[in-house]
Each structure stands twice: as structure tokens, then as C-alpha cells.
Write a protein that binds this ligand. Structure first.
Ligand code: CDP
Length: 784
């Protein structure tokens, strides 16, 4: 038999994305592509008011309209004990309103009809009598003693305060501040923005009355967790629930929570006995589903006269909307915000956070972020730049002076994190070299002398991705492990199934590459499947850049299990002792006789045809990986901006992004992730904003008001890399997907602040729009 080994697609190879063959031909299978026999359509009636008592819901006219099969109200849901559901943060959320509406866009009733248009027409014929109440639209308002009580449905809730949470050491931090030569303060607001995936959220619920089986096609980033929540909410036995996430057109955290529409569609299908499809439109997506950020933050950095950081104190008020529905690990009320000491060796820190109910949509999803790491990274990186400016030290030098050094890893942070590995100085040096920092600084000074407004911004972020370790990280009690099941067929081709779910990140390619690396089966021969809870092993899903750190590790581990069995089979085939066999990717050979070998394909065939006596047949296994720690990717981003004095328009001239995500599985895909993340960071920094008027009307509910960057606005990105492997990940890989969204907003804004420093401007909150910059320049006396 031939022993030649073909292994296209090992780790480090930029092979083309396998899934693109169907995506670029329009052959993807998204939720709205799915048509089931007898399928009905559902439209949801939403509240026009931010806060109002629901006096009555009149469905008579709607029920009589053509094609209408059912009108579902809160009252009907209450009869089935489904008017309220649990949130991912142990609160309750109204499925359909029974007593009050608490945000504009809240679900009030739903119509199920033969066609979508019939459902929408009938929805508009429902008459709701509201008694409008005053709206609370900010934490500052929410904490006033006379503020309207939003959650009067909760017995012990006497005000709008949700939680108080602390991290770090108050006393040592206070003592360090007392000794500081200088304290630099930044008050900043990371505004509410939205993941806005191209495909909105939706589901098709198909409950079979005869078998009792509920098949729910859903745009879910976490299908297994959703199945469990559904079993608990509806009382359906979990084995009778099958959640299938088909191809997903972007998620970015928006598709993690359980939305009322899913529950209503499932209840409707159960009651009617036909499949029910619900797909939200863009407006519904932007006003009612998981928003991101909305943190009001005040940070104080204590430094000594030499510029050494001594202590950090941060307080934040979180605007959680009407229901506390943040998608985050149970233990951490304000997400992982306490990573806020970032890349710096700050001996002590104290973080306090208070959450408030407001009359806004709930959510708090980790929009391309590990549970509030983005807000933390923004806070520290903005604060550090402001401190450098106030101290008169170069921003790059100030960072380098205070970076955690390479020899300090594993590094124990003041708020209890253990950073796995890093070399921040090197990432900074690579970025500065690539930008030509010294010359660029001189150029900035020369331009300023000519009256130009120009500046350089730097951000050196540290991230924490790959939740969990399960003992510390759980969602609703479910430990945040993940899984991989690998089956090698007799012909040496393989099927890999995982508990994660790609939304465009290229999992079908990169996870096949891990199998190639570990077993030598070419990536083209490894089919990767995710998203079907009837077939995939249980996992917590894809968000927070956890797929590679957790499920990627599970893939490597299961492949290694199979390799151990393959060694036994090879020994049998080669009539050699196991200990005498050497592995090189794709084959075992007898030590000293490289020609006496068996390929993994030959071994796979033997696993079904010619096994050692007594051995179980087959070559397959499953691994549930509970990571010992998170991974800590990092990088330095440097941005150059030019500002037009007359209009306040900011033009981004250069963006240099040096990322270190440990070992890169597929460098091309990593670069694609970085491009996407830098674009989203750019949008957040300069364009995207969900805001509200005094009555709680949502402004930013469509793509005319909520501005996403297109290729026209997006700057050119210059990428660089360093590689510092994670010591605890089996492949040395760290996550990367969210790094650029986490790290870049501060770099963009720091560049604007640097440019405006000669005019005394210390802060402009995002989005940094031309009118804000124009006003800042006017306030500084510029009149050109
Ligand atoms: O969880 P999610 O897939 O969003 O994030 P990720 O683990 O950072 O991975 C995003 C994509 O980049 C996946 O296809 C990864 O396998 C790939 N990646 C890689 O090739 N090398 C890394 N070190 C990290 C991610």
C-alpha cells in the first residue's frame, strides 16, 4: 500500500474558506430561505410608547381579517404561563405585555396568518389602549428619588437600581491615591450601539402534535443553551426539542439572547399545529433586540512624578434597559469590566459598578466583545492617553514605561486575573516601526505649525477571551466548556461536529485545519458541522471569541485521542511494538525504518476492517474541553487623523494594527477578522449611535439614522503581527475575532484628542461626529 501523505491545510496555511463556495454563489441556507409545508407567518405588534400602562388590547378586527389564524396576546400567553420568561441575567422579561410596556418596541401582541402581509395588515388592526407614563431614559434619571418605578411587577423592587458590584481593593487603592503626585480623571460615556448583523433575528417553530417534537430553526449563536432554556421555560422535554441554527448572516452577540418572538412563535406552533415563521425587520432588530455598551464611566489614574502608574479607580453606571437581560457569566454583574487595568502593571485598583433599569430595550450583549471588555479597554486606553498628555510624556513612551513586562507573565492583575502570556513592548515596537512613529510625530508638529489639525492615537489593548474556566464562568449555571466530536470514516475522510456555531467566521475551514494538523487528514476531507442540537455535542456556542480558545482546543484534544487509538492499530498492522512507532503528521512509522509506515487513511480503514483482537471498532471520539484559563490576546493600534477646521470632519489617514493572537490557524481568516473588527470599531468611534429623546423614543432605529460604515467611509488598514503562544491552549492559539473591535475605538478617538490637544480639548464622547468636533473647535475660538 502507498504510504504517501497528502496534507493540505495545516495550521498556518491560508487556505481558502471552504464555506465560501456556497456563500459567494448565493447558495447559503439562511433562516428565511427555509420553507416548510403548511408554514404560517407571524408579525409582532410593538409598543409605540417607552412607558405606559396597557389598559386593553382589542383583537376583534384583526382576528376577522383574511388569512388570520390566530391573534396572540399577553393574556393568552399568561393562560399558558408564558407571559414572562427568564433572562440570561436571572431577571424576568415580558414575552407579551400584560400590565405595562416598558420600552418603545416592546412586544405587545402577535398575529399568525397564512402570509406575512396578511399578518402585518392584521397586526396594524389591533387596537391597544395605553395610559402613558413618564419615561426614564438614563441612569441619572433612574436614580432620582421621584423617578417613575419601571419594574413594579417585581415584588421587592422599590426603585430602579438593579445591582451594585465591586472588584479590586478599596483600601489599598485609596492609600495609593493618597500618595500620588498626580491624579488624572476621565469621565466618558460609551454610548449604546447595536451589533446590527446583516441578517436580522428570527425563527421557524415547527411543533409536531403527533410526536410532540419541536424543531426550531433559529438564528442562534448558542443553540444548545437555547434548547435548555426552552425546555425550562416551556416545560417541553429537552429530548423533544431540536434547535437548528442554519447559516447565519452575522451575529456579533445579537443572536445570543432568547427573544420573545422565539417563545411566541413556538407557543403559536404548539397551539395551532403548523410551523410558524417569524423574522424581524431591520427596525425591529434595532429597537428591540440586544443592544451593546451604554456605560457611563469615571476613571481616575494615580501616577507618581516619574510617570509610574500607582493605582486605578473606576466607577460606572450601567444603563440596562427595562429588563436585566445582559448575556454574561453569572458571577460578573458588569461583565468582565474589571479587566480595566489593561496592559499596565498597576499595583492596585478598585472598580465599582451600579446597574439601573431605564425605559429602553434590554440587552447588554457582548457586541464582538467578551462581556464588557470593550468598555474596559476603551476606558483605560483613553485615560492613559489623557494622562500622557497631561503629564507631557509621549503616549507611546508612557505606555511602554508602564506595560506589564514579558518576564512578569503569568501576570496576576490587581483585580484577580491571571494573564497567560504577552509581549506588549514588542507589539508596540512593531506598530511604531510600521507607522514610522518618530517621523510621523515630526510631521504632525510641522503640519500644526502650518495651522493644520492633525494627530496620532495609540491604543495598546489586552483582551480576555475564551470563556470559561467552567468553575468561574457559567451562563445560567451552564459551565462554559465546549466540545468537539470527530468521526473518521473507513475511507479516511472525517466528520467534525462542534458545540459552537459560526456566523461567518470560517469555522468549516479553520477547525478542519486543526484536524489536519493533529491527524494529517487533509482539510478538504474534513466536513465540519455545527448548529444542530440533535447531532452536535453540547456546547455553549460562539460569541466572545471563544470558539478557537475552547472548541478549537476540544478539536485538538479529540484528534489526539483518536491518534492514540490509531497508534495501537498501526502497531497491529506493522506488527511492531507501540513504543517503537514514531508519529509524523499523517502517518506512523517504525523508528529507524521510515518506509515501514501506515498512513492515517490506512489506519482508519483498518479501524473498521482489521482491528487488533478485542479492540472496539471505529475511529471516533468526543471531547468536552474546560479551559484552565482564559486566553489574553493583545496588540497595539496606531491611527493618524486629519481634521478639517471649517467643518470638523475627521479623516483617518493611517491605521496600523498589530495583533498578537498567539498561533494563527489560518492567517488569511485572521486578517479578515481584523479587517471586519477594525471597520466595526471605526463605525462605533465615528458613526453609530442608538439614542433616545426625552420621551424614550428610539433614535437610531433604521439605517438612515443608525449609520454603518460602507467601503466608502472605511479607511485602509495596514496589518502587522507578533506571535506569543498561549501556554495553556493545546495549539498555543488565542481568540482574535473581537480584538479589533475592542481595541480600535480608543485608538481612533485618541487620535482625535491628540489632534485637538493644542486647542485644550480633553474628551469627545463617541460617536465623534463632525458637529461635535466643529463645536469643540469653535469653543476653543477657531473660526476658520
Ligand atoms: O468565536 P469566534 O469564532 O467568533 O472567534 P475566534 O475564536 O477568534 O475565531 C474567529 C476565526 O478566526 C475562526 O475561524 C478561527 O478559527 C480563526 N482564528 C485563527 O485562525 N487563529 C487564531 N489564533 C484565532 C482565530
Amino acid at each position: 500500500m502507498a504510504t504517501e501523505v497528502h496534507m493540505h491545510g495545516r495550521i498556518g496555511e491560508s487556505i481558502k474558506r471552504k464555506e465560501d463556495a456556497r456563500f459567494i454563489r448565493g447558495k447559503g441556507n439562511y433562516l428565511d430561505d427555509i420553507e416548510l409545508p403548511g408554514m404560517l407567518h407571524m408579525a409582532i405588534l410593538r409598543s409605540p410608547h417607552a412607558h405606559a400602562r396597557v389598559k386593553s388590547v382589542d383583537t376583534a378586527a384583526a382576528s376577522a381579517m383574511p388569512g388570520v389564524i390566530a391573534v396572540v396576546t399577553g393574556e393568552l400567553m399568561a393562560q399558558h404561563k408564558l407571559a414572562w420568561m427568564p433572562t440570561l441575567s436571572y431577571d424576568t422579561q415580558a414575552v407579551l405585555a400584560t400590565d405595562k410596556v416598558r420600552f418603545q418596541g416592546q412586544e405587545v401582541a402577535a398575529v399568525v396568518a397564512e402570509t406575512l402581509y396578511q399578518a402585518e395588515d392584521a397586526r396594524d388592526a389591533i387596537v391597544v389602549d395605553y395610559d402613558v407614563l413618564p419615561a426614564v431614559t438614563s441612569p441619572d434619571q433612574a436614580k432620582q428619588s421621584g423617578a417613575a418605578l419601571i419594574r413594579d411587577d417585581k415584588e421587592n423592587q422599590k426603585d430602579n437600581h438593579i445591582y451594585h458590584w465591586e472588584s479590586g481593593d478599596k483600601d489599598t487603592t485609596q492609600a495609593a491615591f493618597a500618595k500620588a503626585d498626580k491624579v488624572v480623571r476621565l469621565h466618558t460615556f460609551y454610548p449604546r450601539c447595536h451589533p446590527a448583523p446583516l441578517e436580522t433575528c428570527g425563527c421557524i417553530a415547527d411543533v409536531n402534535g403527533a410526536t410532540g417534537k419541536a424543531t426550531i430553526y433559529m438564528t442562534s449563536q448558542a443553540p444548545h443553551a437555547i434548547r435548555t432554556v426552552f425546555a425550562l421555560v416551556t416545560g417541553l422535554p429537552e429530548q423533544n426539542i431540536r434547535v437548528i441554527s442554519p447559516d447565519i448572516g452575522g451575529g456579533f452577540g445579537n443572536k445570543v439572547p432568547v427573544y420573545p418572538g422565539y417563545v411566541v412563535a413556538t407557543a403559536a406552533s404548539l397551539l395551532i399545529g403548523r410551523p410558524v415563521k417569524w423574522v424581524e425587520d431591520r427596525n425591529e432588530n434595532l429597537i428591540s433586540t440586544g443592544y451593546a455598551r451604554d456605560f457611563h464611566m469615571t476613571g481616575d489614574l494615580a501616577v507618581d512624578k516619574d510617570g509610574k502608574m500607582l493605582a486605578l479607580r473606576v466607577h460606572l453606571d450601567s444603563d440596562n434597559g427595562a429588563f436585566f437581560a445582559d448575556a454574561q457569566p453569572t458571577k460578573f454583574k458588569a461583565g468582565l469590566f474589571h479587566i480595566v487595568t489593561g496592559s499596565y502593571d498597576i499595583p492596585t485598583a478598585h472598580i465599582t459598578a451600579d446597574g439601573y433599569y431605564t425605559n429602553k430595550a434590554p440587552g447588554g450583549v457582548a457586541y464582538r466583545c467578551s462581556f464588557r471588555v470593550t468598555e474596559a479597554s476603551y476606558m483605560i486606553e483613553r485615560l492613559v492617553t489623557n494622562a500622557a498628555i497631561e503629564l507631557g510624556i509621549d503616549q507611546a513612551e508612557f505606555r511602554k514605561q508602564n506595560f506589564i513586562r514579558k518576564d512578569q507573565f503569568p501576570y496576576h492583575s490587581a483585580t484577580g486575573w491571571v494573564y497567560d502570556s504577552g509581549d506588549y513592548h514588542r507589539a508596540m515596537d512593531v506598530a511604531l516601526d510600521q507607522l514610522g512613529y518618530k517621523e510621523m510625530r515630526k510631521d504632525v508638529e510641522a503640519r500644526r505649525k502650518k495651522g493644520e489639525v492633525t494627530g496620532i492615537g495609540i491604543a495598546s489593548f489586552t483582551e480576555v477571551v475564551g470563556a470559561g474556566h467552567g468553575a468561574d464562568f457559567d451562563i445560567l449555571g451552564l459551565r462554559m466548556f465546549d466540545s468537539a466530536e470527530l468521526r473518521v470514516h473507513p475511507t479516511g475522510k472525517a466528520m467534525l461536529r462542534m458545540g459552537t456555531k459560526s456566523q461567518g467566521q470560517g469555522h468549516e475551514t479553520t477547525f478542519a485545519q486543526i484536524v489536519t494538523e493533529e491527524l494529517g487528514i487533509p482539510a478538504a476531507d474534513v466536513a465540519v458541522e455545527e448548529g444542530d442540537t440533535d447531532t452536535a455535542p453540547y456546547g455553549l456556542g460562539t460569541y466572545a471569541s471563544r470558539s478557537t480558545p475552547v472548541a478549537g482546543a476540544a478539536t485538538a484534544m479529540v484528534a489526539r485521542k483518536l491518534r492514540d487509538k490509531a497508534r495501537k492499530i498501526a502497531a497491529h498492522l506493522l506488527e511492531a511494538d507501540e513504543a517503537d512507532l514514531e508519529w509524523e503528521t499523517g502517518r506512523f512509522y517504525v523508528k529507524g525504518s521510515p518506509d515501514k509506515a501506515k498512513t492515517i487513511q490506512e489506519i482508519a480503514f483498518a479501524a473498521y476492517t482489521n482491528l487488533p483482537e478485542g479492540m472496539e471498532a471505529g475511529l471516533e471520539g468526543v471531547h468536552y474541553y474546560d479551559p484552565p484559563n482564559m486566553t489574553y490576546p493583545f496588540g497595539t493600534y496606531a491611527v493618524v487623523v486629519d481634521i478639517d477646521k471649517g467643518t470638523g470632519q475627521v479623516k483617518v489617514r493611517r491605521v496600523v494594527a498589530v495583533d498578537d493572537c498567539g498561533v494563527r490557524i489560518n492567517p488569511m481568516i485572521v486578517e479578515g477578522q481584523i479587517h471586519g473588527g477594525l471597520t466595526e470599531g471605526f463605525g462605533i468611534a465615528f458613526m453609530e449611535l442608538i439614542t433616545f429623546d426625552a420621551d424614550g423614543n428610539c433614535i437610531g432605529s433604521n439605517f438612515m439614522d443608525y449609520l454603518l460604515p460602507t467601503a466608502w467611509e472605511t479607511p485602509r488598514f495596514e496589518l502587522g503581527e507578533t506571535v506569543t503562544p498561549s501556554p495553556h491552549h493545546p495549539l498555543g492559539a488565542k481568540g482574535v475575532g473581537e480584538s479589533p473591535t475592542v481595541g480600535s475605538p480608543a485608538a481612533y478617538v485618541n487620535a482625535v484628542i491628540d489632534a485637538l490637544t493644542p486647542y485644550g480639548v480633553k474628551n469627545i464622547d463617541m460617536p465623534v461626529t463632525s458637529d461635535k468636533v466643529w463645536a469643540a473647535l469653535r469653543a476653543a475660538g477657531v473660526n476658520e
